[in-house]
Design a protein around this ligand. Structure first.
Ligand code: MG
Length: 255
């Protein structure tokens, strides 16, 4: 695919920046409340209340019928886990928290994975490597680079640490719709893809597994799990190409 990754206007980016701050605030709120004994349903309620109080809408709720504000994916769950009163977090678990907010019609989308209480060294290292690959990909979000550079940056970090890599899911352009073209693979495809220009916005989201690459979808038709049932980590930011350094719209800005 040639061409360029769709460029958002200054006004659109302003709204996405606000949406991104609301997403970052939800991340902080969920982190504060992550503890053994809490259900993912309770986290979802906190997240939805914060988004609505901020004058935004929970992007995921109702998206293709998804029933909640957050995707909460525990341990072997990779992405798209549905918050539930029965899903109680336990010491030693890792959980991916993914959330989107829509502010005046514009969307920001981000995820993090964190441990509940103390987690094993293996899990800590998995989280560090996955987040490192996200930062490496963000570094490629510069005018004149190509989509393949972003994908390749994730792949290189994944190979360095020899983790499993989720291939069936990935990032996406984002703006007025949650999932816009192009899809962002977490590995090189052999095509340079469209060029990045000032105003191009991508949600980049690497997913690394402690075991193999393969995943499947559960009977609920949402939750994606690793086939070997080993833990998986997921980090995501919404990023815009600027005239200087990449701007991470979903990073909490201290005022
Ligand atoms: Mg996303």
């Amino acid at each position: 695919m040639a061409g360029i990754v769709d460029r958002k206007s200054r006004e659109e980016i302003k709204m996405m920046r606000r949406a991104g701050q609301i997403v970052a605030e939800v991340h902080a709120l969920v982190r504060e409340n992550l503890r053994s004994g809490i259900s993912t349903f309770e986290l979802d309620e906190l997240a939805e209340a914060h988004i609505r109080k901020s004058g935004a809408l929970p992007t995921f709720k109702g998206y293709h019928g998804f029933p909640a504000t957050l995707c909460t994916s525990i341990n072997a769950e990779v992405v798209h886990g549905i918050p539930s009163k029965e899903a109680i977090l336990n010491e030693g678990d890792i959980v991916s928290i993914d959330v989107g907010a829509t502010y005046r019609g514009l969307i920001a989308d981000a995820a993090f994975t964190a441990g509940v209480g103390e987690i094993t060294e293996d899990l800590k290292n998995l989280l560090i490597a996955t987040e490192e690959s996200l930062f490496a990909a963000i570094e490629q979000m510069r005018e004149g680079r190509y989509l393949e550079d972003v994908s390749g940056a994730v792949e290189d970090v994944n190979k360095k640490y020899k983790y499993g890599l989720v291939r069936n899911y990935g990032g996406h352009a984002v703006g007025r719709k949650l999932h816009e073209e192009p899809f962002v693979h977490n590995f090189r495809t052999g095509n340079q893809g469209p060029m990045l220009k000032v105003g191009s916005c991508l949600a980049i989201e690497p997913m690394f597994n402690l075991g193999g690459d393969d995943v499947y979808t559960a009977k609920d038709e949402w939750t994606v799990l690793t086939t070997d049932h080993l833990p998986s980590a997921h980090f995501e930011h919404t990023v815009v190409v600027t005239e200087s350094d990449p701007e991470v719209l979903t990073r909490l800005k201290s005022d």
